[in-house]
Design a protein around this ligand. Structure first.
Ligand code: B1M
Length: 212
């Protein structure tokens, strides 16, 4: 019988083959894709996030767990689309203009996916006007910006201003993060939230979504 607890454990252990096997087994037994995601994959990634926050896990373990989770999502995603189950929300994420650092941004994206969000990843060096165009195209709930250089932090402010100028700032929540970024900076530039790490980013997205 499908064992979703074992699936969560396999995600935590970063065992990609075991995750794929258990997800396929659950699908074959008729377990709903929403249960597989919510009671297996997300439970596992939630625990990974908890251990990361508690410094019990470090970046490599999180990346390996996220890769394992993806192996399961690859099987389940087409079924979710077929069954019309809605993700928790849609997040548009990118590293801001002039900045090529993507490891932290990728971690945040993976944790958000693990948390049940649909993530549109614009990669790195994303100019403000591309964020604006992507908001118009994808209608996300949250725009998430990452910066690792003090010199690129102002691009976050530029992007918020561009969203404002385009008349779409009120339609979305903006969250920011990255090593040099702080809550004070988020307040200063009018972002809706700041998260210090990938696991907190998932909590913040949930808070921002429920704030409406
Ligand atoms: Co760069 N680099 N780098 N670099 N690099 C730093 C950031 C630096 C601190 C190193 C140093 O001098 N000590 C320094 C910045 C100094 C400053 O601005 N004050 C620096 C510099 C100067 C540069 C170059 C200018 C170097 C040069 O060419 N002269 C250059 C700039 C290139 C550019 O972007 N235009 C450059 C280039 C590079 C590499 C390409 C070699 C490489 C990037 C590879 C890649 O990303 N694919 C690189 C790396 C690896 C680093 C360090 C060593 C590690 C960054 C990293 O990946 N950390 C870094 C020094 C350091 O941090 N120790 C450094 C791991 C990652 C998991 O953490 O990204 O902080 P982090 O993400 C965390 C949180 O911040 C948070 O969650 C993540 C997980 O917990 N988070 C968010 C991140 N984004 C978030 C978004 C959120 C919420 C949370 O919401 C939206």
């Amino acid at each position: 019988m499908a064992d979703l607890q074992a699936l969560a454990e396999a995600v935590i252990n970063g065992d990609r083959d075991e995750v794929a096997r258990l997800v396929q087994e659950a699908v074959d037994e008729g377990v709903g894709p929403d249960s597989i995601v919510n009671e297996g994959l997300i439970v596992g990634m939630d625990e990974v996030g908890r251990r990361f926050k508690a410094n019990e896990f470090y970046v490599p373990e999180v990346l390996i767990a996220a890769r394992a989770m993806h192996a399961g999502m690859d099987i389940v995603n087409p079924l979710l689309v077929e069954s019309g189950i809605e993700p928790r929300g849609r997040v548009l994420i990118g590293t801001v203009q002039g900045d090529l650092h993507d490891i932290g941004k990728n971690l945040v994206a993976m944790m958000l996916e693990g948390g049940g969000y649909e993530v549109i990843d614009m990669e790195v060096d994303v100019p403000a006007d591309q964020f604006v165009a992507a908001v118009n195209e994808h209608s996300p709930n949250v725009v998430a910006m990452s910066a690792l250089l003090t010199t690129t932090m102002p691009a976050m402010k530029d992007t918020i201003e561009a969203l404002d100028a385009a008349g779409i700032r009120d339609q979305i929540k903006v969250m920011i993060g990255g090593a040099p970024v702080t809550q004070d900076y988020a307040d200063e530039i009018g972002a809706d939230g700041y998260a210090p790490d990938a696991a907190s980013a998932v909590d913040l997205a949930a808070d921002l979504m429920s704030a409406g």
